[in-house]
Design a binder for this molecule. Structure first.
Ligand code: AHR
Length: 499
């Protein structure tokens, strides 16, 4: 049977913050070294950045980049990564049991951000092994124009202009027992509040993210957010969310419904934020920075051992078409809550659970997940319209009955164009779709229906076959008498542009 919904610009979710299409660069495995930075590579520029990777990052449409971690940041001294490269120390990175050469640091990251263009940096401070003082020193180094010890160091290191970093994370996953310097909610809430308070004195323009939960399944979920926000409510702008999904025990149907968890997680965090706000009688609203999300096969055994190597091959997941469909549904979940999810970071950007892969000395290529992200970033800007799907359902072990269709729509206020993003979760059947347009008489044609699907649900792009999976044009999609009609192939990500 047919899946249906109505689009009416009178019923909107909210405007998309461009920073919804952020990503994440951590000193982990080969994300930095031999990923985006590889001096000596034929495509490297004078600063050692791989221009082939830069081109792909631009094409991906990344709008914010979080750095330098992740678990890494909780044991990191940012001073190790600035100044003359020859005097930077080699250090143990306990988070990933690797050796950190510090040949890439803040200045190189800012160079990368500038060269990507159209993206803004998002820095995390270390609240694992460090505290208020070091966060202030980093902020002074990064954002103060000059005339003080730390800011003059930046100038002496070659960066005359302040970086003007607006977005700052107050630590990373501090609720996780695996985190270096892990704290309980009360302890972390107090430290985050003290750090936020002091950082605002140095730079009142910063936007601050308090750590929320590392996943909805964390035992402290809910209570953690509530306690942390009681301490930080007036001092921070965002609470963070992190979520990763993978197929477990061969249960592909539940995996395909992962976005059910994402949406409930978002709604539960919003409820918690608003509950604390109500208790504090505050008019302020806390928004969400979903600063790590992706498909991640974290329970698969790693081929590389973590024995203090430099840039080992860690977390190099190779994504299938199925993964890309789930990935697309996670993107849709974010867009469907664009009124409160203002920042989001796809974790990560290169090689490490990433849309872009590289070989040392060799090529760079797009994973299957690259395409939904690039399309959503390009056409998912504007106002998200409410979508209530009336869809056939299927049964899942984890989430019960789930709609086969997951969808959202974004209206471009300037051009009047509307883009529908939709996923068909059925592994076997195409799904007919009918969308009734109301108050959208200006839309007269289907400009594009792009689809990502494959006869082999496990098809992947690899070094040997880097373009095995790419989006194709779907046929038979029509817009007549205010009704859009399309067929969504089994297991597919779809982008339908109406103009
Ligand atoms: O993105 C990989 C890791 O996942 C990050 O370092 C950490 O924050 C999360 O657990």
């Amino acid at each position: 049977s047919t899946a249906r919904f109505v689009l009416d610009p009178a019923f909107a979710v909210g405007d998309v913050d461009p920073r919804l299409f952020g990503s994440f660069v951590e000193h982990l495995g080969r994300c930095v070294y031999t990923g985006l930075y590889e001096p000596g590579h034929p495509a490297a520029d004078a600063e050692g950045l791989r221009t082939d990777v830069l081109e792909l990052v631009r094409e991906l449409g990344v709008t914010a980049i979080r750095y330098p971690g992740g678990n890494f940041v909780s044991g990191y001294d940012w001073e190790d990564g600035v100044g003359p490269k020859e005097s930077r120390p080699r250090r143990l990175d306990p988070a990933w049991r690797s050796t950190e050469t510090n040949q890439f640091g803040l200045s190189e990251f800012m160079d990368f951000v500038r060269k990507v263009e159209g993206t803004e940096p998002m820095l995390a401070v270390n609240l694992g092994t460090r505290g208020v003082k070091e966060a202030l020193e980093l902020l002074e180094y990064a954002n103060h124009p000059g005339g003080t010890d730390r800011s003059d160091q930046r100038v002496a290191h070659g960066d005359k202009e302040p970086y003007g970093v607006r977005l700052w994370c107050l630590g990373n996953e501090m609720d996780g027992p695996w985190q270096i310097g892990h704290k309980d909610a009360d302890e972390y809430g107090k430290l985050a509040a003290a750090t936020a308070w002091a950082m605002r004195l140095v730079d009142p323009d910063v936007q601050l993210v308090a750590c929320g939960s590392s996943a909805q399944f964390m035992p402290t979920f809910g209570a953690w957010e509530s306690t942390v926000l009681e301490h930080t409510y007036d001092l921070v702008d965002f609470v963070s969310m992190h979520a990763y999904y993978e197929e477990k025990d061969g249960d592909r149907d539940s995996f395909l419904a992962s976005a059910v968890d994402t949406e409930s997680f978002i709604e539960n965090v919003i409820a918690t934020c608003d509950h604390v706000g109500a208790r504090l009688k505050s008019k302020k609203r806390i928004d969400i920075s979903f600063d790590e999300w992706n498909v991640w096969y974290s329970s698969r055994p790693e081929t590389e051992r973590r024995n203090w190597q430099e840039a080992p091959r860690l977390l190099e997941d190779v994504y299938s078409v199925t993964d890309a469909v789930v990935f697309g549904s996670l993107l849709i979940a974010l867009l469907r809550h664009a009124d409160r999810v203002r920042v989001a970071c796809l974790a990560q950007l290169v090689n490490v659970i990433a849309p872009i892969m590289t070989e040392p000395g060799g090529p760079a290529w797009r994973q299957t997940t690259f395409f939904p992200f690039a399309q959503a970033s390009q056409y998912g800007r504007g106002r998200v319209l409410q979508v209530h799907v009336d869809s056939p359902t299927y049964e899942t072990a984890k989430f019960g009955e789930v709609p086969l269709l997951q969808a959202t729509a974004v209206a471009d206020e300037e051009t009047g164009a509307v883009t529908v993003f939709a996923v068909n979760r059925s592994r076997t059947d195409a799904l007919p779709l009918e969308v009734s347009l109301r108050g959208l008489e200006g839309l007269t044609r289907v400009a594009e229906h792009s689809v990502l699907t494959d006869a082999d649900p496990d098809a992947r792009n690899t070094l040997d076959e880097p373009e095995r999976v790419t989006p194709t044009a779907a046929e038979g999609t029509s817009l007549d008498g205010g009704v859009l009609r399309a067929t969504l192939p089994a297991l597919s990500w779809n982008m339908i542009r109406l103009s």
